[in-house]
Design a protein around this ligand. Sequence first.
Ligand SMILES: Nc1ncnc2c1ncn2[C@@H]1O[C@H](COP(=O)(O)OP(=O)(O)O)[C@@H](O)[C@H]1O
Ligand SMILES: [Mg+2]
Length: 391
Amino acid sequence: MDNSLNVLLIDSDENSRSIIKAYLTEAEGVGIAAEFSDYDEGFNLAGNSGKCIVVVDVSENFDKCVNCIKHLKSQNKEAFVIALSNRASADVIIKVLRSGAKDLVAKPVIKTEFLDIINDLIKDINSTETKDTCKIISTFSNKGGIGKTSIAVNLAVELAQMSKEKVALIDLNLQLGDVATFLDMTPPFAMDYIADNINNLDEEELLKAMTRYKNTSLYVIADPLNIDKSKDITAEQIKNILTALKKTFTYIVIDIGTNIDSKTITALDFSDLILLIAIVNLPAIRSTQRCMELFDKLGYNADKIKLVLNRYMENEDIKTSDIEEVVKQKVYWKIPNNYLIMMSAINKGVPVNEINPDSNVAVNYKEFASKISDYLITQKLNKNYIREVRI
Ligand SMILES: Nc1ncnc2c1ncn2[C@@H]1O[C@H](COP(=O)(O)OP(=O)(O)O)[C@@H](O)[C@H]1O
Ligand SMILES: [Mg+2]
């Protein structure tokens, strides 16, 4: 009993508290520490309670509850929140999970479902293994000059800004990558150093070896300064780096090179989402078709691949539906053509939102980052829980 995790129950409805308390008596490894009808009181105590589980009903005063969860997570990283709600639309779920809650359970709470969630959470909290919360997103095409680096860089910046969580951006164009130039960085350490030392770096040292972008939560691993060092980097090292980064980062964005080699395939295998980048012209579409054949051979699930049209202009000669038919994949996102802003960003070494946050490309990247993050959250939901809720 002494090792039990404390549960704090915050719910203004006494009846509903009694139900949860009764359910919790059947869960092993947890004990009710306190219950509150007053939300401020409950969240205040949770903020100072160290490792604990907070079960909170967010049905009423939803926005306030979401802000309280956010605040709690910034105060006490070891408070794990399960929200209960009588509304469980996709919008509600996403807002709650974005606030930092672990889960949302639809009311009326079904005992078996609640206990499954509590048991999974306890396992998760007690496990010292890598938590599967990190998501890897890569930009890929077997053609150069198509926008892979622009997209990887701007998405990574937006994901960091939006989530405030740690985001890693990795340049896998190991010979002459562009990420460091796109962000005007001169990294003291690059991929070669990290690859050589990955087994000896602890979390703090790994962060120090990466290059932080300005004052943000974005950390970069650039390509080696010396081209000769690139060929010594192995697929095994890439695997070790990604495994290590997954422990620390919420998102990892990889700008994958055009070479189809074992390093590329390792990165593709590790990716939760591959953004397959194309532009609207015949050679590019043919290449995209070939990439799809490659993914098919690699046995990837169709969900993992998202077709993105870059430099898109309305009234193109080739229709989107034609591309979809040839590539056999729906277009997931379109990024508008804006050469001036993109070039200006590259030449100044900043993301497009620093050139003009109101420009069509900057607004588009923000929406794109938000769509990807929502997608990854709902994908997690589909896999793990809220079996009843349709999203
Ligand atoms: N949305 C866009 N509109 C116009 N030009 C773009 C856009 N995205 C990228 N570009 C331009 O395309 C060129 C290639 O981009 P880059 O990101 O380096 O591609 P890749 O990494 O695939 O080689 C760059 O000159 C960049 O400015
Ligand atoms: Mg590139």
